[in-house]
Design a protein around this ligand. Structure first.
Ligand SMILES: Nc1ncnc2c1ncn2[C@@H]1O[C@H](COP(=O)(O)OP(=O)(O)OP(=O)(O)O)[C@@H](O)[C@H]1O
Ligand SMILES: [Mg+2]
Length: 366
């Protein structure tokens, strides 16, 4: 079957000429005269490539290209822009809109075919496969500081490697900590059947932050374990480290995702209630069907109580040592207000240094 090229140009003569060149080289051209007609076609068809004129009445080519890129169904289709305008400024605009290549009209038949074939070949190359380290953060109970820890670890790691934070907590607050209200979230992915979730649709649901961090923002309600696992499978192949905010307590989701992590951080404080609940979680994890990963205790000192006494209570209740984070009450408050994690807003704060040290130790297993 020949490859289908959607050609969008308001000039009927140019359209016919390009159609002829495409057909002569074995492609099947679909010719339309406006952005609106292009989207009518795209509503029911996905072409192999789109050749797009920039200067068109109504929706211009850059706008059409942006819309193509922001729809997860068409985000991966290569786009070659074709325009009578020349000059780097326009070219940059086209490439920013998400075009793969940019040709100045009148392009020779050779130039046109070379550009189309190169873009098609690039699109057919297998995508880079990574195998991310998966780090889960679980609060022993609500309010211990698990999300603050997850967001700061993610922000600390994002400066050095491709980092994705997934907020699996129902109506979780990671996006609020990061200061932006994302337009896409895990909720968008809940509409897909688990086996039809693909890397493109998942990547389209991510929100990018200026330091390189990517967030998969929380859904309003808890995602089922099957979809959550499918999403993790895809993202593991697309980044260096995945951090999962699993919320508080041993939910069904936490039970499903903990065994799929390399490390599980159990965020806690040293009061009697929290320690009793932590002991239960550790006990249940030892009896789970699938083996759990290395479990690390993180004592988050929100209230400024003595670390020495807390560490000794943790050791005697849980038989393990804990890493201490905090206290940073004022600074945490300020960073929440500014919508920037502490490690970014106050990198010199001693608690920011503690978090960076923990982040580094998580990436370098002993
Ligand atoms: N190291 C710290 N020092 C002082 N305060 C902190 C520290 N870490 C977190 N906090 C504060 O503790 C509160 C709870 O934090 P956070 O929302 O991260 O907890 P959580 O365990 O994710 O709770 P939830 O159950 O709401 O998900 C916040 O007000 C946060 O600013
Ligand atoms: Mg939380």
């Amino acid at each position: 079957m020949s490859q289908r090229i959607l050609v969008v140009d308001d000039d009927p003569e140019a359209l016919q000429l390009i159609g002829l060149i495409m057909r002569r080289h074995g492609f099947e051209p679909i010719l339309v005269q406006s952005g609106a007609e292009a989207f009518q076609f795209l509503a029911h068809n996905i072409p192999d490539l789109i050749l797009l004129d920039v200067m068109m009445p109504g929706m211009d080519g850059n706008e059409v290209c942006q819309r193509i890129r922001s729809d997860s169904r068409t985000a991966h289709v290569p786009v070659v822009m074709l325009t009578a305008r020349s000059g780097t400024a326009n070219q940059v605009e086209g490439l920013l809109a998400g075009a793969d290549d940019y040709l100045v009209k009148p392009a020779s038949s050779n130039e046109l075919i070379t550009s189309v074939q190169t873009a098609l070949a690039r699109a057919a190359e297998p995508r880079e496969q990574k195998t991310a380290r998966v780090i889960s953060i679980l609060g022993v109970r609500g309010g211990v500081g698990a999300t603050t820890l997850a967001v700061n670890l993610a922000a600390a790691l994002a400066g050095q490697m491709q980092t994705v934070l997934i907020d699996f907590e129902a109506s979780g607050s990671a996006a609020i900590h990061l200061g932006a209200s994302p337009t896409r979230s895990l909720g968008d992915l809940a509409a897909y059947a688990a086996d039809s979730l693909d890397r493109e649709s998942i990547e389209a649901a991510l929100t990018s932050y200026p330091n390189g961090l990517k967030l998969l923002a929380s859904a309003k309600s808890t995602l089922d374990a099957q979809r959550a696992s499918a999403i993790l499978n895809h993202l593991r192949n697309a980044c260096d480290v995945c951090l999962l905010d699993l919320g508080a307590g041993l939910s069904e989701l936490a039970l499903a995702l903990a065994p799929r992590s390399h490390v599980l951080l159990l965020a806690l404080d040293a009061d009697r209630v929290t320690l009793t609940q932590a002991a239960q979680i550790i006990h249940e994890s030892s009896e789970a069907d699938s083996p759990w990963p290395e479990l690390r205790l993180v004592r988050i000192n929100r209230l400024g109580a003595s670390d020495e006494a807390a560490l000794s209570s943790i050791r005697s209740a849980l038989g393990k040592d804990a890493t201490v984070i905090g206290p940073a009450s004022n600074a945490m408050y300020q960073s929440l207000e500014s919508g920037q994690p502490l490690v970014i807003s106050q990198p010199d704060h001693p608690v920011a240094a503690q978090i960076r040290a923990l982040a580094a130790s998580l990436m370098n297993p002993a």
